[in-house]
Design a protein around this ligand. Structure first.
Ligand code: ADP
Ligand code: MG
Length: 398
């Protein structure tokens, strides 16, 4: 069966006009002879009545932290409403379809509410709908646990649903429809003249996604890579070809750098040996952080100090732990990690110098750097993030 998965994000289903554009994409795929499986997100972004953030605002923080099972049930509603509304639009265009919750679509997960992992995918329902010539319209971002409770797959999880179904159904490709033309050299909201990257490898897209580019969920990229199913990122609002991602999809430009992305809410931590001579715990600090599930990155270990970053969300836990271990530290809050990504930078000298010169010219203070074969990271204060990205985007003519 030549199956095509088409996923429509929140902004693609936020209004009747936009849903009609989505219906057009579905009709086109059907005309080409595909058996289409549609995945939808909740309608619109924060402020829209049935968007995920709006639903979350219906209950207070205390309830949220103590009732993850209930919160997941609440969040399931957003995508479920979206599937039914989308089915209504498809019916009006003469297409027969069946709305399915994540559980009905066979996505079985563990009970890790808010961020559940998939245990198995049962494709029977979807296949029987397709065999009848109808379109299954699946609620993204959700599943059901083996004991029958509603779960969610983490923010941006509808991309994961599309990738899971695409792989389980051995789809010809997975199309992710959003509000931009594809993966761009930088977030177009930050760099207005960012250019579209037409072809990319899974590895490069994973770097983009993992380092903060919101346009696709990193887990979706991992799943598509594992099963070698092409991913295509497209714009619901245009007819652009989008970005094609597969194992051979090396970016067609000659640029050493493919693009730039960033992640806010990092805190730089500096622990000096001199300040902590009396604490025998200093030597074990990285182990202790791991034991307390505090994830760190940009790690620089020197004979007399350790410098690394943690996420904002872990700060209270980190501070408590340092207090308990009697370890003193200094920190810089509100930092952004900028990632300059490009698999062709391997072995090319002078890239770091170019980056630092350009940031210096733009009067952006660099707090820390790190590099791998495919990425250079610079930590800057969040207030300079936009300035830094624009300067680097210009410097490398992206
Ligand atoms: P959806 O609701 O369709 O899932 P998202 O908001 O999750 O959409 O992702 C699309 C957004 O990702 C775009 O509006 C864009 O601002 C942002 N984005 C960040 N980095 C990039 C990038 N490098 N290329 C394209 N979009 C990006
Ligand atoms: Mg998204």
């Amino acid at each position: 069966m030549n199956i095509l998965v088409q996923k429509f994000g929140g902004t693609s289903v936020s209004s009747h006009e936009r849903r009609l554009l989505a219906v057009k994409k579905i009709l086109n795929a059907k005309k080409k002879g595909y058996n289409v499986v549609v995945v939808v997100s909740a309608m619109g972004r924060n402020g829209y009545p049935y968007a995920t953030d709006t639903l979350l605002s219906l209950v207070d923080d205390d309830f949220k932290s103590n009732n993850p099972l209930a919160v997941d049930l609440l969040l399931n509603c957003g995508e479920i409403i979206s599937t039914v509304v989308m089915c209504c639009e498809l019916n009006r265009s003469g297409i027969n379809c069946i709305p399915l919750s994540g559980g009905q679509a066979g996505i079985i997960t563990d009970n890790c509410y808010n961020n559940a992992s998939t245990i198995k995918i049962k494709t029977d329902n979807i296949l029987s709908i397709l065999k009848k010539g109808m379109i299954p319209v699946v609620a993204g971002f959700q599943g059901v646990s083996e004991d029958g409770f509603a779960t969610t797959l983490g923010r941006g999880g509808s991309d994961v649903t599309a990738a899971l179904l695409g792989s389980a159904l051995k789809a010809e490709s997975i199309e992710i429809y959003t509000d931009v033309d594809g993966i761009m050299t930088a977030d177009p909201r930050i760099v207005s003249d960012a250019s579209l990257i037409k072809k990319m490898s899974y590895d490069e897209v994973f770097q983009f996604a993992d380092q903060g580019a919101k346009v696709i969920h990193p887990r979706a990229v991992e799943i598509a890579r594992k099963y070698n199913i092409p991913l295509v990122i497209k714009n619901t609002l245009s007819n652009c070809d989008g970005t094609i991602i597969n194992s051979s999809g090396y970016c067609d430009s000659n640029n050493t750098i493919t693009g730039i992305t960033s992640m806010k809410n990092r805190i730089q931590i500096n622990i000096k040996y001199e300040d902590n001579k009396s604490s025998e715990n200093y030597i074990n600090i990285l182990n202790k952080l791991a034991e307390h599930k505090i994830s760190i990155d940009l790690i620089n270990v020197f004979p007399n100090q350790d410098i690394f970053t943690i996420g904002d969300q872990d700060y209270d836990k980190f501070d408590l732990l340092m207090d308990k271990l009697n370890i003193k530290y200094t920190y810089i809050k509100d930092c952004s990690k900028i990632s300059i990504i490009g698999s062709r930078m391997r072995g090319i000298p002078g890239i770091m110098a170019k980056i630092l010169n350009s940031l210096n010219k733009a009067k952006v203070e660099v707090l820390q750097t790190a590099d791998s074969h495919t990425t250079i990271w610079c930590l800057v204060r969040s207030e300079s993030e936009k300035k830094a990205i624009i300067a680097l985007h210009n410097e490398f003519n992206l």
